[in-house]
Ligand binder design. Structure first.
Ligand code: MLT
Length: 409
């Protein structure tokens, strides 16, 4: 008899963004004439920049000629891309990461959810609350948590991220083994200072814990005092893995390219206290289960680091940040407190009511889709997340509609 992995039965019925999508489809079915504006899931809307499309096209042409055709690529990504990443994203900022510590992949979502399979079942994990649901759900699927009970899973250490701590949690008093951090944060848009990250690195060293640091939104940082990478913190090479993605940086949500950094100094232990290199284990996992990112996509990603690419992707993030500024300004004028949107494409809005109620109100009355904060965790109740990823005219139209609804009360 084929039996189910019963951990799946612990999961909430559907993934947050699927649930939001289901509600929006139902609404659209009942109101076929409604012109819905989507500021929910963080999906980019601007086209790939020209120099990146050109690199993509050239590589497709190469694939169409026997002399330049490529079959399976190198296991962990082409050297041209791994070197460009190490040089521009890390070494240029004083973070000592080498090309062979970069693992090119098709998404930070897959990597952040897959990496947990390298670790023991009985680890104690800590996640911020609110949190990107993938970190939690992947551990639930793996059986690393108890049941869902009153808004939280048993066995997880939740790190409350609230107004009081500026949405940046401090390390917990108790020891944990695996910690997920995401800065600039999804969903709150908060950023962590160097000192805050130093305390996390120090904590991880003290407890032989590992930090999984998701930096998918790094290209939105404008305040130069904010670290772009966990490896700007001394000692982080021993205790942190970092995830990055070209999705939000360069408009690759539909093109798919990302990477994970696993420094060779990162250790992991067996129950007898023997130490293993995490880098070797992740390489082993990837060579068995992953077949790489296509050559044209890696050439397109490489083009991000050329002079034209750098200028173009900066324009992309500037564009979305201007949307974020418009959203924040309009909310402030309406008397709504919000955070994020300055070094992040997400704005975290205090609604003064239940998250789903506010979500429903904006969908019903303004035909605008947001994401209910409670979907990211208990501490998200009373908030919604508004995404700045849309065309300017759609954002201004959405904010005008929201203004009318909220002014009416
Ligand atoms: C989000 O809206 O949180 C993101 O689009 C999720 C993702 O990148 O997978």
């Amino acid at each position: 008899m084929i039996r189910i992995n019963e951990n799946y039965l612990k999961l909430k019925a559907s993934y947050l963004f699927s649930e939001v999508g289901r509600k929006v489809s139902l609404f659209q079915k009942d109101h076929p004439e409604a012109d819905i504006i989507r500021l929910g899931i963080g999906d980019v809307t601007k086209a790939l920049p020209p120099s990146i499309v050109e690199a993509f096209r050239r590589a497709v042409d190469e694939m169409g000629r026997d002399e330049t055709f490529r079959g399976y690529g190198p296991d962990h990504g082409y050297d041209f891309l791994r070197k460009a990443i190490a040089t521009h994203d890390f070494q240029a900022r004083g973070a000592g990461i080498e090309a062979d510590e970069i693992f090119v992949s098709d998404g930070a979502k897959c990597d952040t959810s897959n990496i947990q399979e390298l670790f023991a079942d009985d680890l104690v994990i800590a996640v911020p609350d609110p949190v990107y649901p993938v970190y939690v759900d992947s551990n639930v699927m793996a059986g690393r948590t108890g049941a869902w009970d009153d808004g939280r899973y048993g066995g997880i250490v939740y790190l409350d991220s609230t107004e009081e701590n500026g949405f940046v949690p401090e390390p917990p008093a108790e020891p944990v083994d695996l910690v997920y951090l995401c800065f600039p944060n999804n969903p709150t848009g908060a950023t962590a200072t160097k000192e805050q990250l130093e305390r996390w690195v120090e904590y991880a060293k003290r407890h032989r814990a590992l930090i999984l640091f998701d930096a998918a939104y790094v290209s939105f940082i404008r305040d130069e005092r904010i670290p772009h990478s966990i490896y700007e913190i001394e000692g982080a090479r021993e205790v942190a893995v970092e995830f990055r993605s070209f999705s939000k940086v360069a408009g690759f949500t539909g093109t798919r390219c990302a990477y994970t950094v696993v420094p060779k100094d990162c250790g992991v232990w067996d129950r007898s206290g023997n130490r293993y290199e995490l880098h070797t284990l992740w390489a082993r996992r990837q060579t068995t289960k992953f077949n790489g990112v296509s050559y044209p996509v890696q050439r397109a990603a490489e083009a991000v680091y050329a002079e034209a690419g750098q200028r173009e992707v900066r324009e992309l993030s500037d564009y979305y940040l201007e949307n974020a500024r418009i959203i924040r300004g309009q909310l402030a004028a309406l008397g709504y407190a919000s955070v994020g949107g300055e070094n992040s494409p997400y704005i975290w809005v205090k609604t003064g009511m239940d998250s789903w109620e506010f979500f429903d109100l904006l969908l019903r009355e303004a035909c605008v889709v947001t994401t209910p904060g409670i979907g990211f965790g208990m501490c998200g109740d009373g908030y919604v997340r508004i995404s700045a990823f849309n065309h300017r005219d759609r954002v201004t139209e959405a904010m005008e509609r929201i203004r009318k609804v909220l002014v009416r009360g």
